[in-house]
Design a protein around this ligand. Structure first.
Ligand code: FES
Ligand SMILES: [Fe+2]
Length: 359
């Protein structure tokens, strides 16, 4: 296999879809925040009626960043530089030292959906309108679930690569030390949705427990994962491209209430810690792995090819390099990270298991 010198980390661009850019409690009424996702500087603000807005950060007047010192005035955001005001559609509504507004001064406004505890923005590289909506998860407002426990991390890896982890059944045993390789009982792409069901044995302080994991992806950035077996857990995941090679993951864990508060929090804590531990164990693998255009798979590896095919619908352009590489196994390597040369994954990886210590 030869390694391809690429300008970008991966052969694919940023996918389009709904992505969380913030969580509901983090943007208060009247607040502006600077953000950076989709390789774009953004401003997120909440107007006095409670509606959240996500817009391009730079004021069309002279380029000030609206998220650094911008104020909210009613349903307008006010630029910190010369006081121009823009509404939720990004139209200029006021210039404090002029009688007239400037119709050409328009800020791009992303379509926004706020639900499930997240502010989701629709990203499309050609700024096309949304072609689906993120489903509302009724359980979150039913009163039967306790939470959320929140976790977030920024990982220097691409969003598609990280998502592929879910269909990679063998790594659960070798990287995460689960008692057996999970069995994927269903993997069904349905348009922008994909459904995966698997059963998995979890090590717990009380012994190995058989668990069921059902996950529904709502496009490339949003998944609802339900765990049953140890305790009914609902995990709302949001993965958002910062750029082609970096991703922010947000996990919100909810558990079905077991009656008393102390049990809820101790059982929920133990379980969410296990999932977070697994996520953390994957990070060094993601950071240092290459993307292979044609992986050499075992016959009982998970549905990688189906996953990649489903994912490819979210690219507005044919991924650069991927088409040319389709005929051979092309390696898209990571950059050279001088400060990370000694980094290794956890103690239970395949190499540790096979390289000396007995299985
Ligand atoms: S740069 Fe925003 S008002 Fe001048
Ligand atoms: Fe993993």
């Amino acid at each position: 296999m030869s390694q391809t010198a690429t300008e970008t980390r991966y052969p694919f661009p940023i996918p389009f879809g709904w992505f969380a850019v913030a969580e509901t409690p983090d943007v208060e009424v009247g607040q502006t925040k600077a953000a950076y996702y989709f390789a774009q500087h953004l401003v997120i603000w909440r107007d006095e009626e409670g509606t959240a807005h996500v817009q391009d950060a730079f004021c069309p007047h002279l380029g000030a960043h609206l998220g650094h010192g911008g104020l909210v005035d009613g349903c307008n955001v006010v630029c910190p530089f010369h006081g121009w005001k823009f509404d939720g559609e990004g139209c200029n509504t006021h210039i404090p030292y002029s009688e007239r507004t400037n119709k050409k001064a328009k800020v791009f406004s992303y379509p926004v959906l706020e639900r499930n505890g997240f502010i989701y923005a629709w990203y499309h590289p050609h700024r096309e309108d949304p072609t689906w909506e993120v489903d509302e998860v009724a359980d979150l407002t039913s009163g039967e679930f306790y939470g959320p426990k929140r976790f977030t991390a920024v990982v220097p890896a691409g969003i598609q690569e990280m998502g592929e982890n879910g269909v990679d059944s063998a790594h659960f045993r070798y990287v995460h030390n689960v008692a057996d390789v999970p069995v994927i009982t269903r993997y069904e792409p349905q348009g922008h949705i994909s459904i995966m069901e698997s059963s998995q044995k979890f090590p717990t302080p009380r012994g190995v427990v058989e668990g069921q994991i059902n996950s529904t992806a709502n496009g490339p950035g949003v998944s609802v994962v339900r765990f049953a077996g140890i305790i009914d857990t609902l995990l709302m995941t949001a993965t958002t491209p910062i750029d082609e090679g970096q991703t922010q993951t947000r996990f919100n864990f909810y558990i079905r209430s077991l009656g008393d508060e102390a049990t809820n929090s101790s059982v929920g804590e133990a379980f969410s810690n296990e999932v977070i531990k697994q996520f953390t164990e994957d990070i060094p693998i993601w950071v240092h792995k290459a993307h292979l255009s044609r992986p050499a798979l075992a016959d009982n590896d998970g549905p990688f090819i189906k996953y990649r095919k489903w994912y490819s619908q979210f690219y507005a352009e044919v991924p650069s390099g991927e088409a040319a590489a389709a005929e051979e196994r092309t390696v898209f390597p990571p950059p050279y990270y001088p400060d990370r040369m000694d980094e290794v994954p956890g103690k239970n990886t395949a190499s540790v298991r096979h390289g000396g210590s007995a299985l």
